[in-house]
Design a protein. Structure first.
Length: 177
């Protein structure tokens, strides 16, 4: 189920983590360089984080989605011919475990919709968002409320997120009590 961020997980529209800190069981983030090797770093970070949260059983699906979101950010949101502000991190991955869900969010400096310019279904590449939709329970995007200010004070950047619903057994495995 794709959404623009207005119908599911309202806290994501305000940025991660959700407004109610009590709703977050755990949260972790990493800033990634503007290099394709960062995709491997994102997968490693995801594996380590899910292991710490006792959610290793979700790694395959979550890692695939994280890989696609980071790859899309690197490929489409960071064009090679555009000078970057060194003070603005190019891509940031955040994982959050909150209210029976695992949220993967990737921030990038582009305001372009992640669905704009998608390749045809028959193309060898361009299926990333289809995979995100297929392997997550929902996904969406919204302008990054913490993004840098561009000309005339407008916010630049976006957050593309995917949500995985956790089973009761997964929730109990992560409960430190």
């Amino acid at each position: 189920m794709r959404t623009d961020g207005s119908t599911t997980l309202e806290p994501l529209r305000r940025g991660l983590p959700p407004a109610d800190p009590a709703a977050i069981t755990a949260s972790a983030s990493i800033t990634l360089p503007a290099r394709y090797e960062a995709v491997g770093s994102a997968r490693h970070f995801t594996r380590t984080t899910l292991r710490q949260w006792n959610l290793e059983g979700r790694f395959d699906d979550v890692a695939l989605v994280v890989s696609e979101l980071v790859t899309n950010a690197l490929r489409h949101a960071l064009p090679a011919d555009v000078a970057r502000d060194p003070l603005i991190p190019p891509v940031r991955l955040q994982l959050a475990h909150c209210e029976g869900r695992l949220v993967c969010a990737v921030r990038d400096p582009s305001r372009e919709s992640p669905v704009a310019g998608e390749a045809e279904d028959s193309a060898e590449s361009g299926r990333g968002l289809f995979l995100v939709e297929s392997f997550s329970d929902s996904w969406g995007w919204h302008p990054d409320p913490a993004g840098a200010r561009g000309p005339w004070g407008s916010v630049q950047g976006k957050v593309v997120w995917a949500v995985f619903h956790l089973t009761d057994a997964e929730e109990r495995a992560d409960d430190p009590r």
